[in-house]
Design a protein around this ligand. Structure first.
Ligand SMILES: Nc1nc2c(ncn2[C@@H]2O[C@H](COP(=O)(O)OP(=O)(O)OP(=O)(O)O)[C@@H](O)[C@H]2O)c(=O)[nH]1
Length: 572
């Protein structure tokens, strides 16, 4: 895999891992955030809803308590048949009616069971006595039940079948000076209006309900759930709050919260909260106990409505965009500071490996890679210089070897290979120019006996001297060589037959004369051939050799010249 691909794969992998981790963290954090926020909102909402309920009830309850402690009513309750007391009491009751919000009241006398009522329309003026309560009448059970329980104050949602109204009743026991219960007074508020004001508040995602001390639903937007006349219903038949929840654990949770609040009922403003599912949607339930009325207030917050997770999507989008930008920046940095310099370096290494030292300008980032590239460039320069030096040396040595391969080590003249090459060149030159050239082939006479008599060393010295005499007798541009043994070949160019003869004779004479001076006289036999353009190597050598052969045959120490036209033999 290429470096860039690998880097990007690693980066992408890391980013995916980071994104997954961040997504999980986001989910956890958002759930935690929503939970914390929801709990606080639930607490605030619970207190707000409780305050609203208490605010609207407080005055009514105060008035009802005041009415229950009215001396006129208490005295009348003790003597219900006294018309004077009754008139006085009814007058008192009517003054309270004017003050109650609903402009209605009821008074029920314990001893006689008489029930008095008047409403906002003053419908029952002078007929406030409505009917007589009976312990045997189930609809009247509330009255006897409350007296039996001895609860001085009670809130009750109950339809009054006699009056044909459903009301939220405020019931307050009326006690005589001896603390004996002599009756019950109170007022009823139109349930529909009350629900509208307190419960059916048009706040999307927020549901408010009130349940009594036993969890029976008292105020709820859906009237079907309201547990009317809770006070007279036996346990198990009440519409309790757990009916609103489907999951058993949610039912347990909400009932558990009620229990907890009952235990800590002394702690004012304490709110319990927890997640529950209502109608398939997650809600946060906040529950508070209202000691003033003995009810619980429950607020259900639909979190998806109040704080949809989509609100946090811009955060996710920003996060993803940041990741993408990070990936791109990472890619650009990796590309410019690592991958590109390394790829360039790799190409340069490949070039140098294949023997090319011409490098394009390499990227040198200001980091370890840049320093590596710098070292590589310097190393390449050194390598290039030493390679060039080496090549020069090799070329020089090769030239030297080539030269030596064509030189006779003893005499310093060309050897047979050198003469061969020079002869080939000369034949080609002659063919091109149309001018002939001369070739001399000479051999030292009786050299074997010189060797035999004087030794091989002396023989070598004579060979060297002959070479020197030859060179001295030749023109600078003539080319002498040692063919082998005691035989020498000389190329004469430019040349003509006359010059060939002259030089051949001069050579022979020179050797004879000069050798005599050394005390070891030697003579040479010389064969010459003047080559015409078009001759080949064999023909030239053969003719020169034949001329030498003749010179030997005819007595040695002489010159014989072979020309294409004729053969001239010149005795010494
Ligand atoms: N000292 C010495 N002797 C050599 C060398 N190369 C060949 N010879 C000898 O040279 C002699 C050449 O003899 P030939 O050319 O055959 O005969 P020659 O004695 O010269 O007689 P002719 O040529 O017939 O006059 C041989 O004895 C070789 O051993 C060399 O490099 N040094």
């Amino acid at each position: 895999m290429r470096l860039k691909t690998r880097f990007l794969s690693i980066a992408a992998g890391l980013i995916i891992i980071a994104a997954c981790a961040s997504w999980l963290a986001y989910r956890e954090l958002s759930a935690d955030l929503i939970e914390r926020w929801g709990q606080q909102v639930a607490e605030i909402q619970v207190r707000y809803d409780s305050a609203r309920l208490l605010q609207s009830l407080e005055r009514e309850i105060g008035l009802a308590r005041q009415m229950a402690s009215s001396t006129a009513l208490i005295n009348w309750a003790k003597e219900p048949d006294s018309k004077a007391l009754e008139a006085n009491a009814i007058h008192e009751m009517e003054s309270f009616r004017d003050n109650f919000r609903d402009n209605s009241y009821f008074v029920a006398l314990r001893e006689s069971g008489r029930y008095y009522f008047n409403n906002e329309k003053d419908e029952y003026a002078d007929q406030q006595f409505r009917y007589v309560l009976s312990p045997d009448e189930p609809n009247d059970a509330w009255f006897y039940q409350l007296i039996e329980e001895g609860r001085d104050f009670h809130l009750n949602v109950n339809p009054d079948t006699e009056l044909g109204v459903t009301k939220l009743w405020i019931d307050v026991l009326m006690r005589g000076p001896d603390n004996q219960i002599v009756g019950m007074v109170g007022t009823g508020m139109n349930l529909d209006r009350f629900l509208q004001d307190i419960v059916d508040i048009n706040q999307e995602g927020i549901t408010t309900l009130f349940v009594d001390y036993n969890g029976a639903i008292q105020l709820y937007r859906d009237r079907n759930y309201i547990d009317f006349a809770s006070v007279i219903k036996p346990e198990g038949q009440k519409n309790t709050v757990d009916l609103l929840f489907e999951a058993p654990e949610d039912k347990q949770k909400i009932l558990g919260m009620l229990q907890l609040l009952k235990k800590s009922s002394g702690t004012a403003g304490h709110v319990e909260s927890g997640f529950v599912t209502v109608e398939g949607r997650q809600h946060l339930a906040g529950v508070a106990y209202l000691p003033a009325i003995g009810w619980f207030e429950i607020t259900l917050l639909d979190l998806n409505t109040l704080l949809p997770k989509s609100y946090l999507w811009p955060l996710v989008a920003v996060f993803l965009a940041s990741l993408l930008i990070t990936l791109m920046v990472f890619h650009l940095i990796i590309q410019s500071r690592i991958v590109k310099p390394i790829v360039g370096l790799e190409e340069a290494v490949e070039k140098v490996r294949s023997g090319s030292f011409i490098l394009h300008r390499l990227d040198k980032p200001d980091n370890e890679i840049g320093r590596l590239v710098d070292h590589f460039e310097k190393m390449t320069e050194s390598l290039r210089d030493s390679t060039r030096q080496l090549e020069n040396k090799v070329a020089q040595r090769t030239d030297e070897l080539n030269r030596l391969a064509r030189i006779d080590p003893l005499t310093g003249l060309k050897n047979r290979r050198g003469i061969d090459e020079a002869l080939d060149d000369e034949i080609q030159r002659s063919a091109r120019s149309g001018n002939g050239f001369g070739l001399i082939w000479l051999d030292i006479d009786h050299f074997k006996s010189i060797n035999d008599q004087l030794g091989h060393q002396a023989g070598d010295e004579i060979l060297c001297r002959v070479a020197l005499w030859l060179k001295a007798s030749l023109r600078p541009y003539d080319c002498p060589g040692r063919w082998g043994g005691d035989e020498f070949v000389i190329l004469l160019s430019p040349c003509d037959p006359t010059t060939l003869k002259q030089i051949a004779r001069r050579i022979r004479e020179s050797v004879e004369v000069e050798s005599r001076k050394t005390g070891t006289p030697v003579t040479i036999s010389v064969g010459g051939y003047f080559s015409e353009p078009g001759d080949n190597t064999d023909r030239v050598l053969r003719n020169a050799d034949q001329a030498l052969y003749r010179a030997k045959k005819e007595g040695r120490n002489r010159v014989c010249i072979n020309t294409p036209e004729d053969t001239e033999i010149n005795p010494a």
